[in-house]
Design a protein around this ligand. Structure first.
Ligand code: BGC
Length: 402
């Protein structure tokens, strides 16, 4: 009896191996929980404290995060605004001549660490930081405006949540800007936003006060054009092109069986076995298992270089065996992800031998992605952009039992 059971078991294992063929890792059965899992753009973290969710990040030894230096990016955005003020003419900037520079702030998502880092970076640079990234919490600051120290006041700040509950909502920013322009009038000397989508949304307001400087973040194509046309004052590139390539390169490396430092050096600081290497700097943060692209301020001074939209020549068609990756995007309507990040993913994936299946959510319910995070055994790896930054366990639990 025992012997018969053993034979049956051996046959079952052999059969399963036959049917599980086709992956880059050969014909051995790879269970979903052993497959590469790369989070991108929304770092598994606590929406309130910002603490990284290391339990999710340690799901298996093939779990990584790919993003950019969020805190450093907030500092770059703040410094860009300070640099602008230093060369501005107080007589033009201070529209009502009251000796105070007033600004309004569009907040993306109070539970997203990218958004919080920018709010903090802006407020700290302008001296309006009162210890919190919450809307409405600020104090009077000051800055050098064209050689004169002037008080800076945050007139209002709002989290731009759409009527459908989605965050970073550009339409909400258009509405808010319309109201601000009506209520605050010429007290508004600057408009600052946690991203380009909302900054461009503000410019859409029919009563946008002409000529008032406006700052965004992301370096989306339409924002770059607006800078060149003198409508947007500045943005910050978080190098979405390099991040998209890095998300794919990390998956490629893991599926090629690389381990240890090879995962974040091959194709990054040296060519991978297929001859590919991402040109921009992508640094590894070992503590958080995160690969991070660098930020760069973009103004009229350097916009031309970015406007070309050139792809990275360090990545060419490789001979790598084709692998299947299931990738989620939290919101199909997110300007940054849909107009900047996703086109880059779609460009680099075939070059790296990655066949992407993309699932896009509604930006408010995790289920809009999770409901299509299915047929998991059909994929060799997963790339996840969560709706909520603390939803990591919802995805890993799906990978647990097969
Ligand atoms: C981008 C935002 C985007 C968000 C989505 C951020 O890094 O700057 O524009 O809406 O990611 O998660």
């Amino acid at each position: 009896m025992k012997k018969a059971l053993t034979i049956a078991l051996v046959m079952l294992v052999a059969l399963t191996s036959v049917f599980a063929g086709g992956s880059a890792e050969g014909t051995t059965v790879v269970q979903n929980r052993q497959k590469p899992l790369v989070f991108f753009n929304r770092q598994p973290s606590d929406p309130v404290s910002g603490e990284i969710d290391m339990e999710t990040m340690n799901w298996n030894d093939k779990t990584y995060y790919v993003g950019f230096d969020a805190v450093g990016g907030g500092v770059v955005q703040g410094q860009m605004i300070v640099d602008f003020l230093a060369t501005a003419d107080p007589a033009t900037l201070d529209r009502n001549g009251d000796g105070v520079i007033g600004y309004v702030l569009c907040i993306g998502d109070v539970g997203h660490n990218d958004s919080r880092a920018r709010t903090q970076g802006i407020r700290q640079a302008l001296g309006t930081w009162a210890g919190s990234t919450d809307p409405g919490v600020s104090q009077e600051g000051s800055a050098n405006v064209g050689g004169t120290t002037m008080p800076i006041v945050e007139l209002d700040s709002r989290a731009m949540t759409g009527t459908d509950g989605s965050t970073w909502n550009a339409n909400a920013a258009t509405d808010a800007m319309g109201n601000w322009a009506t209520q605050l009038g010429d007290q508004i000397d600057m408009v600052i936003s946690n991203n380009d989508g909302m900054a461009m949304g503000c410019l859409q307001a029919s009563n946008y006060p002409e000529g008032v400087p406006v700052f965004g973040y992301d370096a989306n194509a339409d924002a770059l054009e607006a800078i060149a046309a003198g409508r947007l004052t500045g943005t910050v590139s978080q190098n979405a092109d390099a991040q998209a390539a890095a998300t794919l390169q990390t998956l490629r490396n893991l599926l090629d069986g690389l381990t240890g430092a090879d995962v974040y050096t091959k194709g990054f600081t040296e060519p991978d076995q297929w001859g590919n290497q991402i040109t921009p700097e992508v640094n590894y943060d070992a503590e958080n298992k995160a690969l991070l692209a660098a930020n760069e301020a973009v103004t009229i001074a350097n916009v031309d270089r970015l406007l070309s939209g050139a792809r990275d020549e360090g990545i060419k068609q490789s001979e790598a065996p084709v692998v299947d990756v299931l990738l989620t995007i939290y919101n199909s309507a997110d300007n940054f992800l849909s107009s900047n990040y996703l086109p880059a993913l779609n460009y680099y994936a075939p070059l790296m031998g990655i066949n992407l299946t993309v699932v896009q959510g509604d930006g408010q319910n995790e289920s809009s992605c999770l409901d299509r995070f299915t047929n998991l055994a059909n994929y060799d790896a997963y790339a996840i952009n969560m709706v909520k930054t603390n939803s990591g366990p919802d995805y890993t639990s799906r990978l647990q039992y097969n």
